[in-house]
Design a protein around this ligand. Sequence first.
Ligand code: ATP
Ligand code: MG
Length: 348
Amino acid sequence: MDSLSPEFLLSIIEELPEMIVRLDSEGGVNFVNRAYCEAFGVRSDEVLGKPFSIPVHSEDTPVVKDGMARFQKDREGVRFWNRTHTANGLRWHTWTFRHLDDGGAQGSGHDFTDLRAIQDEMAVSRTQIRALAQRLLLVHEEERRQLAREIHDGLGQSLTILTFAFSALIQSLDLPPGVARDVDEISGQIEQIIWDARSLSRKLRPRILDDLGLPDAIQSEVEGFRQRTLLPVAVHVSPADLETGAGQATALFRILQESLNNIERHARASLATVRLERHEGSIVLTVTDNGCGICKERIGSPSSFGLVGIRERAAAWGGSVSIESGPGQGTAVRVELPCTEAERPVAA
Ligand SMILES: Nc1ncnc2c1ncn2[C@@H]1O[C@H](COP(=O)(O)OP(=O)(O)OP(=O)(O)O)[C@@H](O)[C@H]1O
Ligand SMILES: [Mg+2]
């Protein structure tokens, strides 16, 4: 057989896993290959000369009609996806139609049912994983809140009472000078433990966030950052008394903390800015620095857990995140959350 003879080409077309159909200029079928016949459980002589017609799933009829209407107008050809009743049950097909020089048309159909099933399963898994991650964030935050309160109100108060009791006891005793020095040292250590307990409580969950709200919590967090890093940070909150739901405030606060941590650890910046603004229907937090920037791969990497966490927290409240950065261009993390009275994240 000649390598490019019509018989040779036909044998290849017959072996293709794709369905091939050729139509004349009137829309009548003048060729179908074996894959087509097997898919629809027909012999070629049963369809040849007849108008092209396949048993499309009723819900997808508009898609196919629209595809064929576009085909009449579009010289480039068309592609559409639909479900079809076949000899193997309902299958997902993608059809590509293009015009032939003789006024006819050629369609090739590909069965992607198995791929579609995998995609559907992956979409379900992704939704479940996201819901689980958001639930864990919520539980984690609640645990931190309780622990912070217990340390502050329980341990902290007990230690304060102990300090008073201890100094009252000492004052009532006439201690020799050597012992008095030891007592001062012990008092100092108790003070230090109280300070450590308060600081631990603050780190777990700053009380100011619950008591005074997000703008004050941001100012306080940034002040701590300035003192620690000596980096000038400008803060703009507009309006100054901006209010949010408690859950959104927590999400934005944790995002701010992660962004400031990143600036401290990675940016080598000389300047940073924090903006919290109410827009029409949304609240926007932007944290920028003029540091070394992040490369594209790191921004999108699934192992950049800090950045993934920022996106997850925003997604939990139906929000979006954009990270604009490039080597040497500084970084801008912008988070937009829709204003909502909701007490729970969208998927938790
Ligand atoms: N503001 C920034 N300036 C420069 N590089 C940054 C900045 N923020 C993040 N990066 C880069 O992006 C990477 C990913 O950040 P991400 O916060 O996800 O992880 P991390 O800070 O390294 O670790 P962690 O999980 O503790 O947050 C960082 O390792 C760093 O290289
Ligand atoms: Mg980080």
